[in-house]
Design a binder for this molecule. Structure first.
Ligand SMILES: [Zn+2]
Length: 167
């Protein structure tokens, strides 16, 4: 069972509150456990019925197999989601979050995550208006979830809220 406990009482982000209340973290945990030890990825869609997870295939292993010099990492330490599928969903539904799991490491927004989320030249968001959720998976169990949002001041994605997840 999920027993969310806030890591910080000073940040109470309304989107993160809705994510926790929706129970969708359980779905991401289940996906992360099923795809362990690969990173799992997908998007959260919010509409009148609430927030739901739309799982994506992690394409990283296929890309690594085709071009290992460009895609040096495997799905164990990286994720890559189908951008055409993402654009199609974004044209039809309200995508509020892109999520992925970290396998046997904490739910921080890594340098690679930052680099993938902003344009290389101007550090503007690649996908404006969408936050990033990272969930840590240890031994197929979720430990922590953190939400990151773009700051136009720092031109980076900054931590806005998070929760520990007790088994
Ligand atoms: Zn990551």
């Amino acid at each position: 069972m999920f027993q969310p406990s806030r890591t910080s009482e000073t940040t109470m982000d309304s989107l993160f509150d809705r994510i926790v209340a929706s129970g969708v973290l359980r779905d991401i945990e289940a996906q992360g456990a099923a795809e362990y030890p690969s990173e799992a990825c997908g998007v959260l869609v919010e509409d009148a019925d609430g927030i739901v997870a739309v799982p994506f295939e992690n394409m990283q292993d296929k890309l690594h197999a085709i071009d290992p010099e460009r895609f040096t990492r495997t799905s164990r330490t990286a994720y890559n989601l189908n951008s055409l599928k993402l654009e199609r969903i974004r044209s039809e539904r309200n995508v509020c979050v892109i999520y992925h799991s970290h396998v046997e490491c904490d739910a921080y927004f890594s340098d690679e995550d930052q680099a993938g989320a902003v344009t290389p030249d101007t550090s503007e968001p690649v996908i404006p208006g969408v936050d990033y959720l990272v969930i840590s998976i240890y031994d197929r169990k979720a430990r922590e979830a953190n939400l990151y949002r773009y700051s136009s001041q720092s031109k980076r994605y900054e931590h806005v809220d998070g929760t520990e997840i007790e088994a």
